[in-house]
Design a protein around this ligand. Structure first.
Ligand SMILES: [Zn+2]
Length: 105
């Protein structure tokens, strides 16, 4: 995990944690975080209400992958900004984990 700005941290799946107390966590990885939080097997129907995003307490789970051709979808960014704004307090720490961020490497 690496602090990239005051109280804003990024890392990979090995640093993933639950968002509790002072921690807000954006789980920017489909596998395993989004899948486990939403509760599906290999695939999720695009019609599922949490197909792209699930918010549970201080955790935001994103269905985001890292394909050769970027497929980012606007709701991922909109919900991420809403999530961050909702918990915009001086003592909060934001952690973003991803399967493609480099973390401490
Ligand atoms: Zn996670």
């Amino acid at each position: 995990m690496r602090e990239v700005y005051k109280n804003i941290f990024v890392g990979d799946i090995s640093d993933c944690r639950e968002g509790v107390g002072e921690w807000l966590v954006i789980h920017a990885c489909k596998y395993p975080c989004h899948r486990n939080a939403v509760g599906y097997g290999k695939k999720i129907s695009p019609a599922h209400p949490n197909y792209l995003v699930l918010k549970k307490g201080q955790n935001l789970y994103l269905n985001i992958i890292d394909p050769d051709e970027p497929l980012f979808m606007n709701p991922l960014f909109v919900e991420t900004l809403r999530f961050c704004n909702a918990y915009n307090k001086p003592d909060m720490k934001l952690y973003g984990s991803s399967d493609f961020l480099v973390g401490n490497r």
